[in-house]
Design a protein around this ligand. Structure first.
Ligand SMILES: NC(=O)c1ccc[n+]([C@@H]2O[C@H](COP(=O)([O-])OP(=O)(O)OC[C@H]3O[C@@H](n4cnc5c(N)ncnc54)[C@H](OP(=O)(O)O)[C@@H]3O)[C@@H](O)[C@H]2O)c1
Length: 265
């Protein structure tokens, strides 16, 4: 079976590490051309050379800090200067900070919102219209199991991922019949550099691999699903959280990511 991404131009944000890196490799292996976006340009350039050499695809690098206002517009400008159009947008870049809001640095609050919400929404708004005009394309937004209930000690992160899920569900409806697929992928704990920033207290259950997340995302995209939670245990927890009384769901989430140094109450 021909690769889903063959002859497609796929833009992946957060491509320098973890899930985005694994996804970029899968796209290249399936014959897709790539645009890699993240902050660390040398990492992206080395990755681009490696993928071009191994898979014979075209890989462009557009370094960008998605926490900076106007970053999405800058990326789209760089694409048009190179004459590139995007068939598949994967909004994967994201970060989570663990800790109570009362002790949070303002920059951490605003960075999570800027990268997880603003850049994702603006890139989608800028790249969706040409997809609709061409009658084909896909938007894949990486949410999280944190999207399915409020998460104390990660209040901002969970709220940003609830936004991603809500936004993606609505967009899925708006794009029915246009030829554009829209999918929300929600990983649970996955073995990536995410926890270098979030800290190990943010990790719930056994970590899955980025490749497993990519497998699940690919199947869901092929099946034209609206959303998918990676991993059977994570999917069950997300479903249960949605059916519990809100107070119980919050209590369960709080216990799952409670800072190890905090005493129980
Ligand atoms: N790992 C998990 O357990 C887990 C669970 C649920 C959801 N997720 C979601 O999965 C997505 C991918 O995360 P991951 O686990 O693969 O983590 P990761 O290994 O830390 O990768 C994060 C990626 O985002 C990029 N990034 C971060 N801040 C950025 C910024 N300001 N501008 C541009 N790029 C930025 C990073 O690249 P640079 O550093 O080069 O900029 C990196 O490529 C995120 O949306 C995350 O919320 C992860």
């Amino acid at each position: 079976m021909a690769g889903y991404f063959e002859k497609q131009h796929v833009l992946v944000t957060g491509a320098s590490s973890g899930i985005g890196r694994a996804l970029a490799e899968r796209v290249a292996a399936e014959g897709g051309d790539l645009v890699l976006v993240a902050r660390r340009e040398p990492v992206l350039r080395a990755q681009a050379e490696d993928l071009e050499r191994r898979f014979g695809v075209r890989v462009d690098v557009v370094p960008a800090d998605l926490s900076v206002a106007g970053a999405a517009a800058g990326i789209v400008r760089a694409l048009s200067e190179r004459g590139l159009s995007v068939d598949v947008l994967v909004n994967n870049a994201g970060l989570g900070i663990h800790g109570d809001l009362a002790g949070a640095r303002l920059v951490d609050v605003s960075t999570q919102i800027a990268v997880n919400i603003t850049a994702l929404s603006e890139l989608t708004a800028l790249l969706l219209p040409p997809m609709v005009a061409r009658g084909h394309g896909a938007i894949v937004n990486v949410a999280s199991t944190a999207a399915y209930q409020p998460v104390p000690h990660m209040a901002v992160y969970a709220a940003t991922k609830s936004y991603v899920l809500s936004f993606t569900r609505a967009l899925w409806s708006e794009t029915r019949g246009t030829g554009v697929r829209v999918l929300a992928v929600s990983p649970g704990a996955t073995d990536t550099a995410f926890f270098d920033v979030a800290g190990d207290d943010a990790s719930v259950g056994n970590r899955r691999t980025p490749e497993q997340v990519v497998d699940v995302a690919m199947s869901a995209l092929r099946a034209d699903r609206r959303e998918v939670v990676d991993g059977a245990a994570n999917a069950l927890l997300a479903r249960v959280a949605g059916r519990l009384p809100t107070r119980w769901a919050i209590t369960l989430a709080e216990r799952s990511v409670r800072p190890q140094s905090t005493t129980t109450n």
